[in-house]
Design a protein around this ligand. Sequence first.
Ligand code: NAP
Length: 272
Amino acid sequence: MNVFKPEKLFGIIGHPLGHTMSPLLHNWGFSEHKIPAVYMAWPTEPGKVESFMQTFRNLPISGASVTIPHKLSVMDYIDQLTERAKSVGAVNTLYWKGDKIMGDNTDAAGVSEPLRPYCDHVKKALLIGAGGAARAAITGLQTLGIEEIYITNRTASKAEDLAEEFKISALDWEARGDQHFDLIVNSTSLGMSGKFQEINPMIMDNQDTNTIVYDLVYNPMETIFIKEAKTKGCTVIHGIEMFIHQGLEQFRLWTGKRLDEDKARELLLVQL
Ligand code: NAP
């Protein structure tokens, strides 16, 4: 009888973790490349990050994903941050380099990679929202060389703070629909399943077939923002693309191997 004996252990910490698709993606990846490894969900309450990091240091754990609410607090227990993690100001990936725990961030790649085929067209972009995902989104857009980036948020002070930190421009929340943009990225929770599902983060009157709309919300797949953007003839990018690309980049960091993007998408869409 063939008994599967994993030699490497990976996992995700966050709270709550009920809906995470990361174990599905990475365990599929290990099986595609015949890597004897397993990826688990490790629900970790706020305040338990320090003890998790002691476990990470002392047990044979090869790598981990870090999600809400630990992306900032975990940074206190890391030996070295990558340049990407420094620019985003948050960590979503842990791995070992020799005896050092590295903290990296693949969320910015999750934003930039699906946009790369369109980036020559994008001169002027609007980012809606100024929470955790917005930091990765700004870094992702800057990586693509988009120079004119505006940020707007219900709580104006948060947009102004990020605008100052990342050297972009803050835009008044009430004025977000007043001009045309080549690209609009939604990083608010508006449109997510639940009480915000029917609220569109954007006023679309000035957008047209030249606008690209990227909604980072992926549950539901067809958000109200995506649906209205389609009626305007905009090019749309679904939030699942960010999840796929941040995950593929984590897998590459841990294993040095690439996964087929289309197969990964197919796998995750079934789950969604
Ligand atoms: P967060 O830090 O809690 O930020 C939430 C943002 O939504 C803030 O800008 C907040 O504005 C805004 N917001 C919340 N309720 C609002 C309302 N009623 N009206 C207007 N704005 C409102 O969350 P996050 O981590 O940035 O995540 C944001 C979204 O991105 C979530 O839906 C999440 O699912 C999605 N996301 C997707 C991926 C992916 O892989 N596709 C990865 C990460 C996140 P205020 O500052 O005014 O409260």
